[in-house]
Design a binder for this molecule. Structure first.
Ligand code: ATP
Length: 253
């Protein structure tokens, strides 16, 4: 593993009396796409919030375990300090600033990361190349964008903070298949450009096509982990997350 890998060990987290993560350990290798799969309420969003230091904004807390990135501890740090370390989250539900323009949303993304104007301009150019629509609509209010375009803006805003590790929470949620495929293609491109990605997805087939490794969370615990190839071939993953057995059963009926 390279120096910038993320290492999670024995992570426990919850919301008051609600236990959401129990003894979760995983590695996110530098340079790769790693996926976190699991059904509703499995703890996927909680895991990303725990990594990004934003759990407290949701009334939650990390109660045990460690998160190490690039050799330094991230757990216990405020969210802004995690961003400054190069770990940036795109939260679930495309939370753009609806009343602000697209350009101002992108500017807001850059606030989290110190840098000179040239670095910021390079980040904006990268975002505009990945998502030309954000350049075309720069002066439009973000709330007027389509769902897919808002997802692009949420990702673009995160990229303005120049992450080394991008945490993506269900980028395909609620999008039509063509738009979901388009977002997936962009995730691949972002990764190819050198940004490590940790991708949370309910859409297991999409995630396993993008990722090299994956973990499956079930009721807050790691139930399975392995290479994307291994998990795609696993009967349990095929049955529970890829719906393969259901299709076969339907074909037999
Ligand atoms: P989904 O795919 O439905 O978003 P998830 O895998 O991301 O699910 P989490 O949102 O992390 O799952 O939820 C894990 C557990 O924590 C669930 O039992 C959920 O009800 C609980 N939970 C999540 N957010 C909160 C919150 N803000 N306050 C209290 N409980 C919460």
């Amino acid at each position: 593993m390279g120096a910038a890998d993320l290492r999670v060990r024995g992570l426990n987290a919850g919301y008051g009396p609600v236990r959401a993560l129990t003894d979760v350990s995983l590695d996110v290798p530098d340079g790769a796409v790693t996926a976190v799969l699991g059904g509703n309420g499995a703890g996927k969003s909680t895991l990303l919030r725990a990594l990004s230091g934003t759990l407290r904004f949701h009334g939650g807390a990390v109660t045990g375990g460690t998160v190490e990135y690039d050799g330094a501890r991230l757990d216990g740090r405020p969210a802004a300090s995690v961003v400054a370390a190069g770990v940036v989250q795109v939260p679930e539900g495309r939370q753009v600033f609806a009343r602000m323009t697209v350009a101002d949303n992108l500017r807001a993304g850059a606030l989290g990361r110190r840098g000179d104007r040239a670095a910021q301009q390079a980040a904006r150019n990268r975002v505009h190349e990945l998502f030309p629509v954000l350049a075309d609509r720069a002066q439009q209010r973000a709330g007027l964008l389509s769902g897919g375009e808002q997802q692009m803006l949420a990702m673009g805003r995160a990229l303005m903070a120049r992450p080394r590790l991008l945490l993506l929470d269900e980028p395909s949620l609620g999008l039509a298949p063509m738009m979901a495929a388009r977002i997936a293609e962009t995730v691949r491109e972002i990764n190819t450009q050198g940004t490590t990605v940790l991708l949370v997805e309910q859409n297991a087939s999409l995630a396993l096509r993008l990722a090299s490794h994956a973990v499956v969370l079930e009721t807050g615990e790691v139930a399975l982990s392995g290479t994307a190839e291994e998990l795609s071939a696993s009967d349990e993953v095929r049955r529970r997350y890829l719906g393969v057995a259901d299709e076969e059963a339907a074909a037999d009926a």
